[in-house]
Design a protein around this ligand. Structure first.
Ligand code: CA
Length: 237
């Protein structure tokens, strides 16, 4: 199997150098660029397995780069954000990133996130001998990582797809954030419930845009930390 290829988008040379060197030491092929425009170009022509994307770039905003890449690719994207970013910027990570790591970061942490994101893709690609999962007009082909609503293909990131699989496997059951976090992101993400919130809100938007009217309903329980989500097939007319 060829080495997995990672695109590192960062204009600060010290970061680029250290991140690239560490990824190469782990056996990854690494491409680097300091601009958003070239990042979009490289994501198109080089088809990387993962993108590490800094939020602050000299030419384009990292969110815009992320959104643009999402139009044509489901590649996992890990965003690097400065700790001084206003919380609304960070919590508004709805451009399609799968994860984010605040700067300055611990290299081991970033490497763990990269490994986890790539493992998720591998896991999702493993063929599933069972028949496709189905609820209402939603069909999930786990082997090919495809979600369709009445034949309409939903463009989901690997995280969103995996989250949807969990929801469909437990349809009509209340699932705690903690459970979804552990199942979809992994144990190393304990406590990072915002990731669940963001992914669910993206999923809800994508489902709402589908021709059938599946709703991803949010259910608030008594305890503020025990918000839960479940999938509710819902039909108009
Ligand atoms: Ca930067």
């Amino acid at each position: 199997m060829p080495n997995q290829r990672i695109l590192v988008v960062e204009d600060e040379d010290t970061y680029t150098y250290v991140v690239a060197a560490n990824l190469r030491a782990r056996g990854y092929d690494v491409l680097t660029t300091g601009t958003g425009r070239e990042a979009i170009h490289l994501a198109t022509v080089e088809d990387p397995d993962l993108v590490v994307l800094d939020l602050r770039l000299p030419d384009l905003d990292g969110f815009d780069v992320c959104r643009t890449i999402r139009r044509f690719s489901n590649v996992p994207i890990i965003m690097l954000t400065a700790l001084i970013e206003p919380p609304d910027r960070v919590s508004g990570l709805e451009a399609g990133a799968d994860d984010y790591v605040p700067k300055p970061f611990n290299m081991e942490e970033l490497l763990a996130r990269v490994d986890a994101a790539l493992r998720r893709v591998e896991y999702d690609r493993q063929p599933d001998p069972s028949t496709p999962l189905q609820v209402g007009e939603l069909t999930l082909d786990v082997a090919h990582q495809q979600a369709t609503v009445d034949g309409y293909l939903l463009r989901l990131t690997p995280v969103e797809f995996k989250l949807l699989v969990e929801l469909v496997r437990h349809v009509d059951r209340v699932l705690l954030h903690e459970y979804l976090l552990a199942r979809v992101w992994g144990d190393e993400y304990t406590g990072e419930l915002h990731l669940v919130h963001q992914a669910v809100s993206r999923l809800r938007r994508k489902l709402a845009a589908a021709p059938a009217h599946l709703l991803l309903a949010a259910l608030a329980l008594l305890d503020a930390w025990a918000l839960a989500f479940y999938l509710l097939p819902y039909y108009y007319g």
